[in-house]
Write a protein that binds this ligand. Structure first.
Ligand code: 5GP
Ligand code: MN
Length: 366
């Protein structure tokens, strides 16, 4: 398989990892399969090749239930639940590895903690990511937005450390735990290999991971067939009662208020995949899903003084970017066909903003 990572950066990464003893691995807020898979994959790889390294995954907030079976998920430290422990780990770390996010803002309050730690004491920091425009906070940056997943980048880095740098320390085969974590992110960030998945060498990686023993059928079941009855009813409600179609712009919009989420006992991960569903409709190429995310006590207003944070998710097909729309309208960003953003205020205002702006960004043609 051809190497795509810069050899100079692989050498720098090898140097940083060789000197590492206490490693903290960070990944993004509301961690998905790629965030969990890449961060735990790094931890398992370090655990298996370096007995003298202690690696801990620190998450900004809790992962959804359907990722709880991932090897090592039970040992992560969650900043939202244990901020002091997380800060202590960061302060004591001699190496920080960030994966699947491009700027400290994407890890919420943990990002402020990271920025403080990095400015107080220089700690070698590695970033492995596939989002556009990485912020300038890491010493060595592997930023490949064309890569379908961060897990694939982690796999490539592991291989390049062995073959390009020729470091015997990195030469041992991947353990089943590492392979399982990396496969999971490759699978989830491509919708089980249904988008961003046309490159042949991706299947060379999958082939090797399956040869190691990855049970891909079981991973599919554990990730995609693990919903609660409440979540299935929420999907039914969204599609039947809440989906607006804008035919001229091939667009679908679904939005949910807090009280609707309560009705379905909403839990983290329950919204996963809903935004993709309208794309199954013929001639629908853009989909937007919005939900009210947090209502905080009045004394802790969010940015803009609002108590309500709206989380926006967008998906599209083909050459119809939604990241520019999310960036300009909802202060967010992401990939061409999968992006998101935020809005502070009542969700009706976010919907209004959406309606005022889509015609400037979306294509009318087929
Ligand atoms: P999701 O819709 O699954 O939450 O997010 C899809 C993608 O959009 C993520 O992988 C991430 O790249 C991007 N994204 C989601 N929310 C935000 C946000 O608030 N800000 C930025 N910059 N990107 C986001
Ligand atoms: Mn990702």
């Amino acid at each position: 398989m051809t190497s795509i990572l810069s050899i100079d950066r692989v050498r720098e990464a090898a140097h940083i990892i060789s000197n590492a003893r206490k490693v903290v691995v960070l990944t993004h807020m509301s961690p998905d399969g790629d965030a969990m898979g890449s961060s735990l994959g790094i931890k398992h790889r370090l655990d298996s090749v370096r007995e003298d390294v202690q690696a801990t995954v620190v998450l900004p907030n809790m992962y959804p239930d359907f990722l709880g079976w991932l090897p090592g998920a039970d040992k992560v430290v969650v900043y939202e639940n244990a901020p002091e422990k997380a800060r202590e780990l960061l302060e004591e770390a001699d190496t920080i590895i960030c994966t699947d996010f491009n700027e400290p803002k994407r890890i919420g309050s943990l990002g402020e903690c990271l920025t403080q730690v990095l400015s107080a004491k220089h700690t070698p920091c590695l970033l492995i990511d596939h989002h556009l425009h990485p912020a300038d906070f890491a010493d060595v940056v592997f930023s490949y937005p064309e890569s379908p997943s961060s897990c694939e980048l982690v796999y490539r880095l592991i291989k390049d450390l062995a073959t390009q740098v020729g470091d015997t320390m990195f030469n041992s085969p991947l353990t089943l735990d590492t392979a399982t974590c990396l496969y999971t992110g490759m699978m989830t960030d491509t919708g089980n290999f249904s988008f961003n998945s046309n490159r042949a060498d991706m299947y060379e990686i999958v082939s090797e991971l399956v040869r190691i023993g990855v049970d891909k059928d079981s991973i599919y079941n554990r990730v995609f067939n693990a919903y609660t009855a409440d979540r299935m009813r929420l999907v039914g409600y969204c599609l039947y009662n809440k989906m607006t179609i804008i035919p001229e712009y091939h667009t679908a919009l679904i939005y949910l208020k807090r009280k609707e989420l309560y009705k379905f006992n909403f839990r983290s991960g329950d919204a996963e995949g809903i935004v993709n569903m309208p794309l199954q409709i013929k001639d629908i190429y853009y989909s937007c899903f919005m939900r009210e995310d947090k209502v905080l006590p009045a004394e802790v207003p969010l940015a803009g003084g609002s108590k309500i944070k709206v989380k926006i998710s967008m998906r599209s097909q083909g050459d119809r970017p939604v990241n520019v729309f999310c960036h300009e309208v909802f202060n967010g960003g992401g990939h061409k066909n999968a992006s998101g953003g935020e809005f502070y205020g009542p969700i009706e205002q976010a919907v209004e903003l959406f309606n005022q702006n889509y015609a400037r960004f979306f294509k009318q043609d087929n």
